[in-house]
Design a protein around this ligand. Structure first.
Ligand code: GAL
Length: 333
C-alpha cells in the first residue's frame, strides 16, 4: 500500500467507527418538541400513561387527531423498546358518547393496567360532559390484547366520590392504584379490586385541591406530584412525600422555580426505570394547546430525586440507556 491508499483506508476506518458509535447511541428525547412516531406523525397520547410488559413499553393516551370523527373520542396505543422511538399500534378506543352526555363530551387521561390473573387489559379514563364536568366518573374498558379494540364496560364514581383527572400507579409489589381528583375533598389514592374492574378500597385522602396526580416509589419513599386546578393553563406543579402510601404526607413543595410554571406542562405520570447502574425517574407531562389539541406537546424530563427531594431540571434534549438506567445529554442537539 502506498501512502495515499493508507490515508484513504484510515479515513474510511474512522468514518465507519464514527457511524457505528453514532448508531449505538440511544435515541434522543426532545421535551416540548413534535414527537414523530414511526409514520412521522406527532404522537397522539395526551394525558397518557405507560404500561410495561417485559421489555416492551406501551404508551396510551388521548388521540386528538384533527381527522377523528367529531362525535368520537379516541385513545391511541404506541409501543417502544427504548421509551424514545414509538410505533403506532392502533386506535384502541373510538367511542361515541356511551352515557348520553351530549356534544362536547370528554374521555380524558386513559390509563391501562394489565391484570395477570385474568389476563385482561383494563383501561380507566375520566368520562364527563361539557360545561362544569358534572358527571365526574371513571369509564372502564377491557381488552384481551394490549393493542386490540377496547370494549366499553361501564362508568362509575369510585367509592361514590367525584372523579375528574385520574392517575395510575403500580407499586413495586404489583398492587394497582388509581389516583383521582375529588373536587370537594382532594386527591384520593385507592386500590383496585383483584380483577381491576372496580375501585375497592381507599388508601389515603390527601386534602389538597390538586389534579394530574402521579406517584412513584423511590428508595423507600413515595413521591406524589400534582398540579393546581387551572384547566389547560400551566401552573407550578408540586410534590409531597410519605413513607407509606397511606400517609402521612409531607407538605407540598415546588418542583421547579414557580415562575417557570412547570415549563408549560402539567403532570400525568412518573415513570421509574431501574437499570443495572442507576435508577432514573421520568416526569411525564403535557404541554396543552387548547386551540390545537392535536399539537399538544410532551414534557418528559429525568428528575433529580432522592432523600425526600424532587426537582425538575430545565428542559433539554436527553437520552436514556435502559440497560444501565443512565441519562445522557447529547453534545450536538
Ligand atoms: C385540566 C385537566 C385536563 C383537562 C382540562 C380541561 O385541568 O388536567 O385533563 O380536563 O383541565 O380544561
Amino acid at each position: 500500500m502506498n501512502m495515499k491508499t493508507i490515508r484513504i483506508v484510515a479515513a474510511a476506518a474512522i468514518f465507519v467507527t464514527a457511524q457505528c458509535s453514532r448508531a449505538a447511541e440511544p435515541p434522543v428525547i426532545r421535551p416540548g418538541e413534535v414527537w414523530p412516531d414511526d409514520r412521522g406523525q406527532h404522537v397522539q397520547a395526551h394525558g397518557g400513561g405507560i404500561l410495561q410488559l417485559g421489555g416492551a413499553y406501551y404508551w396510551f393516551g388521548e388521540d386528538r387527531s384533527a381527522t377523528n370523527a367529531r362525535i368520537a373520542r379516541c385513545v391511541a396505543c404506541y409501543s417502544s423498546t427504548n421509551l424514545a422511538q414509538w410505533t403506532f399500534r392502533h386506535q384502541v378506543v373510538r367511542l361515541t358518547d356511551p352515557e348520553n352526555l351530549g356534544r362536547g363530551w370528554v374521555l380524558e387521561r386513559p390509563k391501562v393496567f394489565y391484570n395477570t390473573h385474568a389476563k385482561k387489559f383494563v383501561m380507566y379514563a375520566h368520562i364527563d360532559g361539557r360545561g362544569g364536568y358534572k358527571f365526574a366518573r371513571v369509564a372502564v374498558f377491557t381488552c384481551d390484547t394490549v393493542d386490540g379494540d377496547y370494549v366499553y364496560l361501564k362508568s362509575f364514581r369510585p367509592l361514590g366520590h367525584e372523579s375528574r383527572d385520574i392517575g395510575q400507579f403500580v407499586d413495586d409489589d404489583g398492587t394497582a392504584y388509581l389516583i383521582f381528583e375529588d373536587r370537594p375533598f382532594g386527591f384520593r389514592i385507592a386500590k383496585l379490586s383483584d380483577d381491576y374492574l372496580t375501585v375497592e378500597k381507599e388508601i389515603c385522602l390527601i386534602p389538597e385541591h390538586m389534579e394530574g396526580g402521579a406517584l412513584v416509589h423511590y428508595q423507600g419513599l413515595y413521591y406524589i406530584v400534582g398540579s393546581a386546578l387551572t384547566g389547560w393553563n400551566p401552573n407550578p406543579n408540586k410534590y409531597a412525600t410519605a413513607k407509606s402510601i397511606a400517609g402521612p404526607w409531607s407538605e407540598f413543595k415546588d418542583l421547579a422555580p414557580p415562575d417557570k410554571n412547570t415549563y408549560g406542562a402539567q403532570s400525568t405520570m412518573l415513570w421509574k426505570v431501574t437499570g443495572a447502574k442507576t435508577t432514573t425517574v421520568i416526569f411525564m407531562g403535557d404541554i396543552w394547546k387548547p386551540e390545537a389539541q392535536w399539537d399538544s406537546r410532551y414534557l418528559w424530563i429525568p428528575l433529580q430525586i432522592g432523600d425526600g427531594k424532587l426537582w425538575l431540571p430545565e428542559p433539554k434534549p436527553w437520552t436514556l440507556d435502559l440497560k444501565t438506567g443512565e441519562v445522557g445529554f447529547p453534545k450536538s442537539q
